[in-house]
Design a protein around this ligand. Structure first.
Ligand SMILES: C[S@@+](CC[C@H](N)C(=O)[O-])C[C@H]1O[C@@H](n2cnc3c(N)ncnc32)[C@H](O)[C@@H]1O
Length: 220
């Protein structure tokens, strides 16, 4: 799985995973990379793969967190996004909502004792979305559920928000052309690069992301 970069040596996918696990353990006291498959495929749910830290470092630059902000990680899995929020010491609060009760319990267990973090067990579609100022989605569910989720944001959120959708390959167009939404940035991730410039291929094909601004004008 290692990929040679001219003159720069080799970094393997396993090295990358070890690096991720090291950070998990230093922040949460455990690895967040659970070999766990979704039991909720029939509800459109995807597997609980965590977002890599290097991706979060880059994408979180688009959020403008402050003491009054409240991030919702839509489908938090084991809680990697909450771990990144904690590690960076970001202002405001971060909540994860997770459909699978086992995963929600896992994330609840390690976030206990951090008052700025919260994990809600249940579907994002059953949540009141009005308190949140920022949303993060890492490929949580299929397009039918995504369509409902976007409609609920529009019906419930009456203030401007930033929404980042990572791994939106094929999903981006669900947001395009909707009233109140504008694209702030987009791009792709595929390789992890360490401080020495060594690279490991993390994704077999580039993972597209989009950063959206929604102005909150459709709420009823
Ligand atoms: C790819 S994982 C992302 C984990 C985490 N957000 C991260 O970035 O590290 C997607 C998660 O979304 C959850 N999910 C799927 N449908 C959901 C729904 N309707 N409500 C809440 N969570 C959901 C899945 O169970 C899975 O754990």
């Amino acid at each position: 799985m290692g990929r040679r970069v001219a003159g720069q040596g080799v970094l393997t996918y396993d090295d990358f995973l070890r690096h991720e696990e090291q950070i998990d353990r230093s922040v949460c006291g455990r690895s967040l990379e659970e070999p766990y498959r979704s039991r909720f495929e029939d509800d459109g749910a995807h597997d609980p793969t965590p977002t890599p830290y290097f991706v979060l470092e880059e994408l979180f630059a688009y959020f403008d967190f402050h003491e009054g902000s409240h991030l919702l990680d839509v489908g938090c899995g084991t809680g990697r996004v909450l771990a990144h929020f904690l590690r960076e010491g970001l202002p405001g609060r971060a909540t994860g909502v997770e459909l699978d009760p086992w995963l929600a319990q896992f994330a609840q267990a390690w976030t206990e004792g951090h008052p700025q973090l919260e994990v809600i067990s249940g579907s994002a579609l059953d949540l009141d979305l009005s308190p949140y100022t920022d949303f993060y989605l890492f490929n949580p569910f299929d397009q039918g559920v995504l369509q409902q989720f976007i409609e609920q944001v529009e019906a419930q959120v009456a203030h401007p928000v930033t929404l980042i959708h990572m791994s939106d390959n094929g999903d981006t167009w669900r947001y395009v052309g909707r009233s109140g939404w504008s694209e702030v940035a987009s791009g792709e991730f595929q390789d992890y690069r360490d401080e020495q410039g060594h690279r490991a291929r993390v994704y077999d094909w580039p993972q597209h992301y989009t950063v959206w601004h929604y102005d909150g004008t459709n709420a009823v």
